[in-house]
Design a binder for this molecule. Sequence first.
Ligand SMILES: [Mg+2]
Length: 460
Amino acid sequence: MPAHAAAAHTTRTTARITAVDTYDIRFPTSRSLDGSDAMNPDPDYSAAYLVLRTDAGDGLSGHGFAFTIGRGNDVQVAAIEALRDHVVGRSVSELCADPGSLSRDLIGDSQLRWLGPEKGVMHMAIGAVVNAVWDLAAKRAGLPLWRFLAEAEPEWLVSQVDFRYLTDALTPEQALTLLRSARAGREARTADLLERGYPGYTTSPGWLGYSDEKLTRLAKEAVAEGFTQIKLKVGADLADDVRRCRAARAAIGPDVRMAIDANQRWDVAQAIEWTNALAEFDPYWIEEPTSPDDVLGHATIREAVEPVKVATGEHVQNRIVFKQLLQARAIDVLQLDAARVGGVNENLAILLLAARFGIPVCPHAGGVGLCELVQHLSMFDYVALSGTTEDRVVEYVDHLHEHFLTPTVIRDGHYQAPLTPGFSAEMHPESIAAYTYPTGTFWAADLAENAGDPTEGATA
Ligand SMILES: [Mg+2]
């Protein structure tokens, strides 16, 4: 049990989860090409969103979601609904005292497990539900999630991690040692975090669908706003990439880091060739050069493109693949995602693995609400695990934040530490009402307007 569980709100001890409400929320981002990259030319950023309701009488609910793109949301919402019976009726206090037990039960559903195991749509659904429990637990403790985790006892944190398939690389004892040794200096790091924030980098200038003029303008703005790293999408056309990288490098100067991201576009040999062809622009890392499942391919690429670093993780399906990427020395930068794997519990495992191997974590956050979630994991890592922000940055994308109750706040290129209790996952009721697909006010009007033209509108 976390040290702060005793401070939980005074509520009915018999309180139960009474409902898992789901929402298919989609934003029409494909129309402005926000989010466009070499593999996703028409992204309608979406959230398969859920709310855990209780009869505790404290007004608190747990919010979570999986990030998807457009039509994928149909499938993702159905997967979350398939987990409903595991959750409704559970004791709220027991669930919040031990989210790991729910995580294990959901992963262990033998009929649903066949669809994975521990990968893909079902696993993302589990992540969404488990994250909603963490949101509720942190709210009940009156703490933002990063602090809820950072103030928890190391033994309890270790109890939340599923070490199955990990112990050849990381044992519970080794994890405990890592967490205990990070306890010294926690207060100073918390104070530093509250004052300075956590470093971020921005992907906003570099979407593939943007003109060179827009890219240059946004890159200059990013530097003026205090960012020390930007990222560009690459991989569709080499001549275009050379031109765009040259424009971006000219805009930001030699000292600001410029990462490039191919979104899995290439085979191994092509990844090496293409990355080396862009090396003159001094890219800091090449992200997702090839399939996220190709551990040995990443290792080959890494050797061949040095000193350009290799980064991946936003589509890495679970802790076991991350373990292999680390064991094979296939990556320089680990990009965990708050809504891809089985929730906070599995991301604790991934953070512990990264700390064990000494690899910096620079989380993925391009999507709906991913900045809001993932900042908590990096802040916990700084305060209570790796103890450093050196060579660590959280991705920042400047869109869709207005739909969240407690949106991220960036100042001088740094994420400001959230102070509001919870996981920052909660969306405004008005946004849910407008963007629920296809019945929300925005989509109903849009679909009616474009009913005569099948090339326009929601399914474009
Ligand atoms: Mg990416």
